[in-house]
Design a binder for this molecule. Structure first.
Ligand code: SAM
Length: 425
């Protein structure tokens, strides 16, 4: 590794190999951390200039790994600077990208810094070079498992306790397992562990399209916790509404369980994914592109699933960007939308019919607080029972299901969720 002061710049105009992928990683981090966009939503614009799939993958891997390890990377940077760099300083972004490569992604240190220095050309090159060298010479090792951002750790400790938050850190350490939901109990599927009937868990994900049963549409990828809301609605026959339905894991479950499903979704491109998923699995649903806050069904239904748009803080293992984007003001605004959706949905269920409310959120404001308003809408809790859940999960004292951070850690973990089931009175 070149020492600080030995800054060997390529000739003006020369392109450093691998630079374009790091520039794209910087754009991705800027989109998430400065503009609050989801990583997935920023991907196509941030990587548009990259011709090779390999480079797009590298840019995404660097950005994801920075987001997974951000507090620990920043602690290493702050430990090597006399005065902390501002949170949004380009030098800090460049150092995060260089250090995550050298310390996590096994990029040789000289290559990690050489591909990052051009990001700060005309700016604090010497500083970035010097801090990188100091961290590497200091033999810093990043915490394993990684730490949550302080605001998230505080929020979740207040809601779910320190032990749950500590267990949840494991979810940031490695790749989560891959969960499959089977279209039928005897569907063709790869060998794995079943934590519930109709479920298979694989330790490795790899290319899902090559796994047995994929071509035949015998299963779809869906986290174990995400499969619980549709399971808890029970089996048809009857008319079921799936509100906020795309990409459609729960629509497919409802169709496979014998319901005649109408799936309602606002985002046209996401509805197209739902349509493709129906085509691959041979399961059918009536698809409606509409805003649940404006649309209404022609007649009340027997069963309704509302998987409301939410902070998605429960999916932090696969999408660590949520840890940095979700702020109290956004949670409050989402909770208002969720309450408005539940109020409309409650009116669309026949007396005696069932309604399941679900969010992949670890924020009580989006879960328990919304369910607490259901009684005023003519919805009586139909308590979830332990027998309906995988071993290790249990309903709370009100008969609702809270899947807290760190749940099922010993079995490989699962997404954080809230699910409540009601009967229309
Ligand atoms: C949590 S995701 C749904 C996941 C889906 N139920 C599944 O199992 O695959 C929430 C969905 O709600 C959609 N959405 C957000 N606001 C909406 C609205 N006002 N009306 C209908 N859909 C909406 C989003 O586009 C997103 O696809």
């Amino acid at each position: 590794m070149a020492r600080p002061g030995q800054d060997r710049r390529p000739a003006a105009g020369a392109q450093v190999p691998g630079l374009a992928a790091r520039q794209a990683a910087l754009r991705l981090l800027d989109a998430v951390l400065r503009r609050g966009l989801p990583l997935e939503a920023a991907l196509s614009a941030a990587t548009a200039a990259l011709a090779r799939e390999e480079d797009r993958g590298l840019a995404r891997a660097i950005a994801s790994e920075v987001l997974r390890r951000l507090p620990d990377l920043d602690a290493a940077i702050d430990g090597a600077t006399p005065r902390p760099l501002p949170a949004d300083a380009k030098a800090r972004f460049a150092l995060r990208i260089a250090l995550v490569q050298a310390l996590v992604l096994r990029t040789p240190p000289h290559a990690a810094i050489a591909t990052v220095l051009p990001l700060v050309d005309g700016g604090p090159r010497r500083l970035v070079h010097g801090v990188f060298g100091a961290v590497m010479r200091g033999g810093v090792r990043l915490a394993e498992p990684p730490h949550f951002p302080a605001a998230v750790a505080e929020r979740w400790t207040r809601a779910w306790g320190a032990a749950a938050v500590e267990a949840a850190r494991q979810g940031l350490a490695g790749r989560p397992p891959l969960d499959l939901t089977l279209a039928a109990p005897d569907a063709e599927a790869p060998a794995g562990t079943a934590l519930l009937p109709g479920h298979v868990r694989l330790a490795e994900s790899g290319d899902v399209a090559t796994l047995p049963g994929y071509e035949a549409g015998a299963w779809w990828v869906q986290d174990l916790a995400a499969s619980l809301p549709a399971r808890l609605l029970g089996a048809g026959p009857g008319e079921a509404l799936d509100l906020c339905a795309a990409p459609g894991g729960k629509t497919l479950q409802l169709a496979a369980a014998g319901w005649t499903v109408t799936a309602v979704e606002l985002a046209a491109e996401r509805l197209a994914r739902l349509e493709a998923n129906c085509a691959r699995t041979g399961l059918s649903a009536r698809l409606v592109a509409a805003d649940v806050l404006r649309w209404a069904p022609p007649a009340p239904v027997d069963a309704l699933l509302l998987d409301a748009p939410c902070s998605a803080s429960g999916i932090y293992r696969r999408h660590p960007d949520v840890l940095h984007r979700v702020r109290p003001a956004a949670i409050k605004a989402l909770a208002e939308t969720q309450a408005a959706m539940l109020a409309r949905a409650a009116a669309w269920v026949k007396p005696g019919g069932r309604l399941v409310y679900a969010v992949c959120s670890l924020e009580p404001e989006e879960g328990e607080a919304i369910a607490a308003g259901a009684a005023a809408l003519g919805l009586a809790t139909l308590p979830v029972t332990a027998a309906e859940l995988p071993a290790g999960l249990a309903p709370d004292g009100r008969g609702w299901l809270r899947v807290p951070p760190g749940a099922l850690a010993e079995q490989g973990g699962c997404d954080g969720f809230f699910v409540a089931r009601f009967a229309k009175t």
